[in-house]
Design a protein around this ligand. Structure first.
Ligand SMILES: Cc1ncc(COP(=O)(O)O)c(C=O)c1O
Length: 409
């Protein structure tokens, strides 16, 4: 039998990733991922786990003891939160203003929740009183929503939602995958009970680890569903009085035992991803969250000035735009996917398309994390200027880059 092929060495071409994530990984994070393996109970490794918990607390701006990593992409964090918190039959209110709100209904439904979906037009967000009225009417056990929905590039103000939920004894879960490290997000000050994220956007890490944090209100609910695998139960263990969480991998009480001093074995922590998460968080926190948020806002302003100077129109309600990704209408005369392909092939620059009703209507240009720099914006605008002209849309030559330089210096 002929030898089966083992293919060429990996040789991905370097690209500038200016879509809505993943983005280019910070070199320090890549370096961290090549560090030697350690055993999962090696004291040096458990110290790294504890340090990572401290860093996760700081990125979420919380004092929550339970702040750690879920192994898996950002939706693993969402799935851990929802599958651990939703007891079949619970009412879950999901305000939807884009694709990722729909993802929450999908996961909540699979967990057996009775989902009440509240929808608004894409390109806008919810006034808090609309969510307040729905909480009052449906009396959900859980409200689950997205902070920044990359599909529409809109960010939902959250500071009034937490107090509304608290007043009605509902827990509030927030998916902050797209905003963490890119715009203000305050777990404790906004009274968010549980939040999860991913590394691959403003934290400049690879996809594959989901930071999560939750407070004592959540722990109070979880304790009714506490269960420990038969092979590792401590003597005299009494399970909780509620139904067992259907997922083993995403069982938060078991994960708490693993991430606590008990170090009760669960999965094998993904060593290289823990190194990546720890380094991603260090890179952001060393700069200071306020500085990093301000940089995202400023660089986006430069990009937006450039796009408008090219005669392009920005998408969505200006008051609620995310600070780290920009939606821009595709001019009617050009095929959006042809332009994206040419940007990638000719310039090595990736920009994003969108989903559902926005597919073919807007591009999404990210200025996230390691990519959030003046140079990326100028390169992207210059490439877009040339590419658009090639496809028949005549932007005033050089106007985009010139306008961006006026903002960014
Ligand atoms: C707001 C939001 N939530 C969740 C996800 C899902 O993340 P992942 O693909 O890492 O599971 C994304 C991915 O783009 C996102 O933007």
């Amino acid at each position: 039998m002929p030898d089966s092929p083992v293919f060429e060495d990996l040789d991905p071409r370097p690209s500038l990733l200016m879509g809505p994530g993943p983005v280019n990984v910070h070199p320090r994070v890549l370096r961290a991922m090549s560090m030697p393996m350690l055993g999962q109970f090696d004291p040096q490794f458990t110290q790294y786990m504890d340090e990572t918990m401290a860093l996760v607390r700081r990125i979420f701006r919380t004092e929550n003891q339970w702040s750690f990593l879920i192994n898996g992409t950002a939706r693993a964090g969402i799935e851990a939160a929802l599958s651990s918190l939703i007891t079949p039959g619970d009412t879950v209110l999901v305000p939807i203003f884009g694709r990722f709100g729909h993802l929450l209904t999908e996961i909540a439904g699979r967990c057996g929740g009775t989902v009440v979906a509240l929808e608004t037009d894409w390109g806008t967000v919810f006034p808090p009183q609309v969510i307040g009225a729905a909480v009052e009417e449906h009396k959900p056990q859980l409200v689950a929503m997205v902070h920044g929905d990359t599909s529409t590039t809109m960010a939902q103000p959250l500071d009034e939602i937490g107090p509304i939920c608290r007043a009605h004894d509902a827990l509030l879960f927030v998916d902050t995958t797209a905003t963490i490290g890119g715009m203000p997000f305050e777990v404790d000050a906004w009274q968010i009970d549980i939040a999860s994220a991913g590394l691959q956007k403003c934290l400049s890490g690879p996809p594959g680890s989901a930071p999560i944090t939750f407070n004592a209100r959540v722990v109070d609910r979880l304790k009714h569903r506490k269960h420990v695998e038969a092979g590792i139960q401590p003597p005299g263990f009494e399970p909780g009085d509620g139904p067992r969480i259907q997922s083993n991998y995403f069982d938060l009480p078991m994960l708490m035992d693993y991430w606590s001093e008990a170090r009760l074995n669960h999965h094998t922590e993904s060593t290289s991803m823990l190194y990546a998460a720890r380094e991603s968080l260090r890179v952001v926190l060393e700069q200071g969250l306020e500085t990093v948020w301000a940089r995202h806002r400023h660089v986006s302003q430069g990009l937006r000035a450039g796009l408008e100077a090219m005669g392009l129109s920005l998408y969505g309600d200006p008051q609620y735009r995310m600070d780290n990704v920009t939606g821009v209408y595709i001019p009617e005369s050009v095929a959006g996917d042809d332009v994206r392909t040419a940007m990638l092939e000719d310039f090595g620059i990736e920009i994003g398309t969108s989903f559902g009703p926005l597919h073919g209507k807007i591009w999404r240009i990210g200025t996230m994390g390691y990519v959030c720099r003046r140079q990326s914006v100028l390169s992207c605008l210059a490439a877009l200027d040339v590419t658009l002209r090639r496809y028949g849309y005549d932007a005033p030559p050089g106007a985009g880059v010139t306008a961006a330089i006026e903002v960014l210096g």
